[in-house]
Structure formats: C-alpha cells, structure tokens
Design a protein. Structure first.
Ligand SMILES: NC(=O)c1ccc[n+]([C@@H]2O[C@H](COP(=O)([O-])OP(=O)(O)OC[C@H]3O[C@@H](n4cnc5c(N)ncnc54)[C@H](OP(=O)(O)O)[C@@H]3O)[C@@H](O)[C@H]2O)c1
Length: 303
C-alpha cells in the first residue's frame, strides 16, 4: 500500500497520462455505459511498468468528475491468504463508501460458508448499484485472494474460452487458482496450464500439482526460487539448500530448480532474472542431478 495514501482520500493524479489515448477512450466508454445503467467490466492487463495503476487512477478520477461513486482496492502479496481483502478495501474506500459496514455485518450470517459471504456482498453491491452508478477499481489482482478473484473468475474464463474459440490464443491457462477453481474450470473447458506459487519452502500447491499431473495439465511454479526475495528468502538463504548445493558442486538456485523439475514431468519453470549470469546458471539447472540424500535433506526445508 502506498504509505502516502490517506484512507478515504480521493487522489487526483499529478501528471497527465501520455500515450494511452486508445485505452482512455475505451475506459471512458465503459463509464458512459455505466452512467446509462449498464454494468460492465474492464480488465487492464500488461507487463510490469506499462502504467496499469496509473490508468486505474485516471479512470477513478474521470468517474469522480462524473459524480460516480468510486472505491479502490490494491491487493498485496500477503493478501493471497486474506479472504476478500482487496474487494473489501475497495467497498469501504473513500468519504462515501460503496457499502456501509453495518450492512455487511448484518449480511454475514454464515461464517462457516465463506462463499455465502461473497453472495451476500454481491446482493449488497447490486442494491447499491441500483441507487447510483458505482465504480470498483481493483489493482494488482494477481495477488488477490481466491474470494475476491472468484467474483470475476467465471467472467474471465468465458472471455478466455471465446478468445480460444476465435483462434486468438492456443490454450487456456489459469493462475493463482485453488483446487476447487481448477476442478470447476476443467469441468467446463480444456485447461492446458496452471501457474501457482510453489517452491521448496512453500508446498501449499502440491495437491494442485498432483491434480494437474493426473489431468495432463502443465504446472508452472511461480517464484520457484522462493518468496519473499532478499535476506528473508526461505529457499536461497536456507542452510540446508546451501549445504546440499555445496556437496553436489551446484548452486543453491540450481538445487531449488532441479528439486522442482524432478517432482513431475509436467513441471515447467520460468524463473525470472535480470542477470545473464543467473540466466545461464538457471538454464544449467536442467543438467544437474539430486541424489537420494539431497532429496531427503531438501525435504526438510520449510518457510
Ligand atoms: N501468476 C502470478 O501471479 C505470478 C506471480 C509471480 C511471478 N509470476 C511470473 O513468473 C515468472 C517468474 O517469476 P519469478 O518470481 O521467478 O521472477 P522474478 O519476479 O523476475 O524474480 C526472480 C528473482 O530471483 C532472482 N534470481 C533469479 N535467478 C537467480 C539465481 N540464479 N540466483 C539468485 N537469485 C536469482 C532474481 O534476481 P536477478 O534479477 O538478480 O537474477 C529476482 O529477484 C515471471 O514471468 C512472472 O511474471 C507470476
């Protein structure tokens, strides 16, 4: 979260957006549609640094100028495990939040059924949207929890099915999904790839990897070298990984990558790097081998 941001404060971006006329025209058309009473979803996608957050800020500013209620939420890495966190931020954001906290408290009648809460929220949102147009901006959705993501899962899947049927994409991949979401999606269409966080010190997604293996789906473990980065990295700073790598004459990164590769034939690795030396090191991981003792030792690595 931006530390300079005051909760409830409507932000006016300081610099004008440049070179994004087509995107701004498309977003303005969404706002027009919204004002005419038709609900709509706009998905802003692109690589890091292409200005997605700036575009979201701009559309929020445009909406406020048109007296549309706006709520903004930002998902953060730790939000992946906090149910509805990004969506809640957006709904209670600003001086006139989209939802009243009391309404949510009343709606949340079934704590043992977290998806009922989602349905209750949906009903509250529909009621609020009947009163006045509203815009919900969610940034960094790749970090959103499954509850927030579920609110748009089927819409996204339908868009991907349409894109595949039109020949725009070759196959459908899912990212940051639960076992249940994979099951749900695979019942309706063919899924070719799943990408979830998975590394030596975080094996939460192991059942997902197994399910993918059984169904012939490729599995891409993201953050294969551990998360968070730097001195808190539970993989690259692990003494067990360092000792194992030293004994085998390979690097800790290679040990971590080879451990993933040997798990199953459907594992595909895409470790990111800005360094040619690391790229070479990572590519060479494919030619390394972990012996039985290494596998036993590495099995002890945890967060
Ligand atoms: N679906 C999702 O939600 C999601 C989430 C995260 C990532 N991803 C995707 O997964 C891909 C890879 O992500 P990532 O987290 O692996 O890449 P990343 O975001 O680029 O980060 C990799 C980190 O590991 C370091 N590193 C790489 N090789 C190393 C080595 N041999 N020794 C020590 N440090 C090394 C890199 O530093 P140097 O640059 O110094 O090498 C960098 O800090 C990307 O395409 C990303 O978009 C997807």
């Amino acid at each position: 979260m931006d530390p300079s941001r005051v909760p409830g404060e409507a932000r006016e971006p300081s610099q004008p957006v440049r070179g994004r006329d087509a995107e701004l025209t498309a977003l303005a058309a969404h706002l027009d549609q919204l004002r005419s009473g038709i609900g709509t979803v706009a998905l802003v996608e692109g690589g890091a640094g292409m200005g997605k957050s700036r575009l979201l800020e701009e559309v929020a500013t445009m909406a406020r100028r048109l007296s549309i209620r706006v709520g903004s939420g930002v998902a953060e890495p730790c939000d992946t495990v906090v149910q509805l966190s990004a969506l809640m931020d957006a709904l209670f954001d600003g001086p006139s939040p989209i939802l009243e906290r009391a309404a949510l408290r009343d709606a949340h009648t079934s704590p043992e059924q977290r998806y009922w809460l989602l349905q209750d929220l949906e009903a509250l949102l529909q009621r609020a949207a009947l009163e006045a147009p509203l815009l919900v901006c969610l940034d960094d959705m790749q970090w959103a929890d499954s509850g927030t993501a579920a609110a748009r899962f089927d819409d996204q899947l339908a868009a991907m099915v349409a894109a595949r049927d039109e020949g725009l994409i070759a196959g459908i991949g899912l990212s940051n999904v639960s076992l249940e979401q994979l099951r749900h999606a695979a019942q309706g269409t063919e899924i070719v790839c799943v990408q979830n966080l998975f590394h030596l010190a975080d094996r939460t997604a192991a059942p997902l990897l197994d399910a993918c293996l059984r169904q012939g789906i490729a599995f891409v473990p993201f953050c294969p070298l551990g998360w968070p980065r730097g001195q808190d990295n539970p993989v690259l700073t692990s003494p067990v990984v360092a000792q194992t790598a030293a004994r085998l004459g390979i690097t800790p990164a290679q040990a971590a990558l080879q451990w993933l590769l040997q798990l199953a034939p459907n594992v595909l690795l895409i470790p990111g790097t800005g360094s040619v030396a690391h790229l070479r090191e990572n590519l060479a991981a494919e030619d390394t081998t972990l012996d039985d003792q290494a596998l036993r030792d590495l099995d002890r690595v945890s967060a």
